[in-house]
Design a binder for this molecule. Structure first.
Ligand code: SF4
Length: 289
């Protein structure tokens, strides 16, 4: 099996077998994202996908592994094809523990509740949904193509189908101008969704991204490490999502935080305040995606 172009996966899928069912991202327009800019989007042919699974089953077919469906938005696949892929996984990897995928809220909203329930029954355990912000102004600015209400409706559909939801937000996405709105409206979004998992990354811009050019031209001001922590503290002191597993321990984060909301919020705020006092932030050179 040869991967086509760079392959991305969530940190928690580091040990998973990655199978590309699409190449790139159908939307591919978010101004902060350069992950799939070198790819022309396509859904892979069913024979290609079957071939990859057969080949990998010769090595891992008897292992209790996890499988992650890449690239950017596997849920864009027709439900029939997704069900066929899940049945192949069941056949070729009988000990597979779980199957997960990236999915956009737009793709979830295009599925029916019955589609999602069938996918869950067929083995789709969790979807990683990039909400990025609860602030519609920011979502429009970064050309996400979706609003906060779309994220909420898609999340409700996934939860009703029994599919676990891992939501992602990006610290600093609104720059200095929207720090407060980003923190408060994202806290409101998470409070309304109450995802199973919440990942908080920190904005990092690759060369060539539209947002990088905005920053270079002075149209947008990036947050300094201390400001990122101010934003996260504001978020944590307003969010109410009992039981959500919170992770801000990605390579991009200046301070690694992890805990369970709401229980661990005071401890995480204290950790932020200690880091602020000591100015103990991850050095820029150590941050990486
Ligand atoms: S952030 Fe997600 S939806 Fe936006 S371009 Fe990147 S992969 Fe596609």
């Amino acid at each position: 099996m040869i991967y086509e172009g760079s392959v991305f996966r969530p940190p928690s899928e580091a040990r998973s077998l990655i199978i590309q069912v699409t190449i790139g991202c159908r939307h591919n327009q978010c101004t902060f994202c350069s992950m799939y800019k070198d790819k022309v989007f396509r859904v892979r042919g069913r024979e290609e996908i079957r071939q990859d699974l057969e080949e990998m089953s010769q090595y891992y077919g008897r292992e209790p592994l996890r499988i992650f469906l890449a690239d950017g938005d596997a849920l864009t696949l027709d439900t029939g094809l997704l069900l066929e892929i899940l049945s192949w996984i069941h056949e070729l990897f009988p000990l597979c523990q779980r199957v997960t995928a990236y999915g956009t809220a737009g793709d979830v909203l295009k599925k029916s509740p019955e589609d999602l329930s069938t996918l869950k029954e067929a083995g789709l355990a969790m979807v990683y949904l990039g909400a990025e912000s609860g602030d519609d102004h920011i979502l429009r600015h970064v050309r996400k193509g979706l609003c906060a209400e779309d994220m909420i409706r898609a999340s409700e559909m996934l939860k009703k189908a029994g599919i676990l939801l891992s939501l992602t937000l990006i610290s600093g996405l609104g720059g200095r101008a929207r720090l407060r709105e980003h923190a408060l409206l994202s806290a409101d979004l998470v409070t309304r969704i109450k995802p199973d998992y919440l990942g908080f990354l920190t904005l990092m811009l690759a060369k060539g991204s539209v947002m990088k050019e905005e920053v270079n031209s002075g149209a947008m001001e990036l947050l300094l490490p201390g400001e990122v922590l101010t934003e996260q503290k504001l978020f944590l002191s307003h969010v109410d999502a009992e039981g959500t597993i919170f992770r801000a321990n990605h390579a991009s984060n200046y301070v690694n935080l992890r805990g369970v909301l709401n229980r661990d919020i005071p401890a995480m705020i204290k950790q932020i305040e200690q880091a602020e006092m000591m100015e103990a932030y991850k050095p820029e050179g150590w941050r990486g995606l």
